[in-house]
Design a protein around this ligand. Sequence first.
Ligand code: SAM
Length: 269
Amino acid sequence: MEQTAQSKKAPEQFVPFTARLMAAIRAKETERADRLFVDPFAAKLAGEEAFTVLEKQLTPQDLAYVAVRTCFFDDFLLDVCDRANQIVILASGMDTRAYRLPWSSQTKIYEIDRSFVLETKKSLLKDVAPTCQHYTIGADLTQPWSHLLLEKGYQPNLPSVWLLEGLLMYLAASEVDRLLETISQLTTNDSYLGLDSINVKSIEYEPYKGYFRFGCDYPEELLLKYGWLGKVIQPGDEGAYFGRYTDKLPPREVTDVERIFLVKAQKTT
Ligand code: SAM
């Protein structure tokens, strides 16, 4: 993604805007003859500015990554939802999984993001019915939020699934720690978690410098501290290729490489 210093938004504007940018990428994917998924709501949720930024500043590989990530986590959630029917999507942005995936009537999806992001999505999708029991919570995830989830009926003594997609890189390290600690306090040992994370080298990657704040070379170790056994793969690897992510990353022991990781984890303690 190329972006000049002059055109950079302030982080408090750019970070919520990335929700629309992700929707624009999913809309573009939906238009492809060889699409990996259909998100019928993405174009409406993206809005004009996001398509302009996408056309001017994103690379084909940026688009491929988000397409692969979407499929990867769609499959993950559908795979585990029979075992854990409370799904919590943190920083859900313009995610439409509550509307476009085939959930059972027992599935509860809780979405948390900043209020204005969720209000925008709600008003744009006001005529669309969710395919699950659906709850939204406006909150700043760097401040206490678990009481809001509990108030909506989330049951911490039952298994749950958590998704942190496109979130951790925008938080400070101490905020990531607090978030994982909070999630661990809210989960039983048969719960699941999915996330993506950049490595440390990628924090300084222009033009995201100033927006990206957290990177981690070994997400397995980070998760283990909070009781999660994680399986980490890189886009392009088997299971995260989907015939689309063609710039395969070198093996992880190769240093000085910008990387992004896709992670599935299960609670062990
Ligand atoms: N998960 C969605 C997706 O993959 O399309 C959105 C990802 S978007 C890259 C980043 C999202 O993180 C935005 O929706 C933004 O509002 C949310 N976010 C970042 N920091 C946050 C915070 N402190 N509290 C709540 N939401 C936050």
